[in-house]
Design a protein around this ligand. Structure first.
Ligand SMILES: *Cc1c(COP(=O)(O)O)cnc(C)c1O
Length: 385
């Protein structure tokens, strides 16, 4: 089965990991800060806080912004559950903003209407989490403008978008947001097995996230409530977690990061090849906004079901039987049992519902061979003709 996404591990990645295994530190050594600096510097952000997953990064981002009970957080329904769960971890309520029918990202007009209603009932969100679906940035300029008008903070869920740009700005620069979060899961742009990072330009947020990822324990006398009892002393200042990234992961990340631009360029070449090979089929191909340079984490097609003899599910099954490991990103989060019991109604998200009836992610990763890509194209032609 050709997977929809897959990591690539090179001999130099392996060497980097083996070097760490032979070194003094498996955790809390020099590799993590090195990886943080490398990612932050690549993206043009001041601070990077590496953690053990993208989900943990979202959680400490919410914590640093003070999300808690009685707060509201809004995100897109077409995302991985973690974009919503992070608010629930903090005891906050979540709500969703329907997607844009072209980009499948959070719709700015839907956001604006929802904000107007929320302002009238005094139930504005504390944080909005736009998700850069498939690696294409949301309209961050407009979302920033709304944030300034309505006073909410922004966490960019950029788990798909490392290496992408919005208006010449690298995703992760945090020019339009308070915090940007990446994931290094093996299907993502680069990998550390499990892993994630939160980037920010705000020192206070960086310090908070740094605390929360390691039990909220400090050894810095300046941050303690009194003079240290002795050289052994540390203080736990709040309730934190063990979300640390290991040295092994960070070394892999540093090594992978050196190929990032090359990886994203290759994804573009493959996406262009899909664009030209699939354009006469009854499909909607991924729309790309002129202001964006996508990381192309996903290549999402939408079926024009009126012109296809199979159902959405049958197309999926047919592709699988041809050995094409397609996937669906994502089941709208409000449809999950955990969320539906909170009272969400599908009718409130018509664009997400339509998307869910038609979307399929076809295989895309930078080392996808021409032969395998041809198999995907041939299979789609057979099924959709
Ligand atoms: C992968 C992903 C996450 C979670 O990242 P993990 O590293 O798997 O915890 C969150 N949001 C989105 C949009 C993702 O794709």
């Amino acid at each position: 089965m050709i997977p929809y996404g897959r990591q690539e591990i090179t001999p130099s990645d392996i060497e980097a990991v083996v070097d760490v295994l032979k070194s003094d530190f498996l955790t809390q050594g020099p590799a993590v800060p090195k990886f943080e600096k490398a990612v932050a510097s690549y993206c043009g952000a001041m601070y990077g806080i590496a953690v053990n997953s993208g989900t943990s990064a979202l959680h400490i981002a919410c914590m640093a912004l003070g999300v808690g009970k009685n707060d509201l957080v809004w995100t897109s329904p077409v995302t991985f559950v973690a974009s919503a769960n992070c608010a629930r971890f903090c005891g906050a309520d979540i709500d969703f903003v329907d997607i844009d029918p072209k980009t499948y990202n959070m719709s700015v007009s839907a956001l604006e209407s929802k904000l107007k209603v929320a302002a009238a009932c005094n139930c504005l969100p504390k944080v909005v989490i736009p998700v850069h679906l498939s690696g294409q940035s949301c309209d961050m300029l407009s979302i920033r403008r709304l944030a300034d008008q309505y006073g909410f903070a922004i966490i960019e869920d950029a788990c798909h978008a490392l290496g992408a740009r919005f208006r010449e700005e690298k995703i992760g620069s945090c020019k339009y947001s308070d915090i940007t979060v990446f994931s290094f899961h093996p299907v993502k742009i680069i990998t550390t097995a499990e892993g994630g990072m939160a980037l920010t330009n705000q020192k206070e947020l960086a310090e908070k996230m740094d605390l929360y990822r390691t039990h909220a324990i400090t050894k810095d006398p300046a941050r303690m409530t009194h003079v240290p009892d002795g050289p052994w002393y540390y203080q736990q200042l709040d309730l934190g977690y063990n979300y640390r990234m290991t040295e092994i992961q960070a070394a892999l990340g540093v090594s992978q990061l050196t190929r990032l631009d090359e990886v994203v360029e290759k994804r573009h070449v493959l996406a262009d090849r899909y664009n030209s090979s699939l354009d006469n089929l009854p499909l909607t191909l991924p729309y790309q906004d002129a202001n964006n340079y996508s990381a192309y984490h996903l290549y999402i097609i939408r079926l024009n079901l009126e012109k296809i003899s199979f159902t959405h599910k049958q197309v999926f099954e047919e592709l699988h039987s041809d050995g094409v490991g397609v996937n669906l990103h994502y089941i709208p989060v409000y449809r999950q049992p955990y969320y539906s019991i909170l009272g969400f109604k599908s009718e409130d998200f018509p664009e997400s519902e339509k998307y869910y009836q038609e979307a399929i992610s076809i295989p895309l990763y930078h080392h996808l061979s021409k032969e395998d890509q041809d198999r995907v194209i041939t299979s789609l032609r057979r099924i959709l003709k």
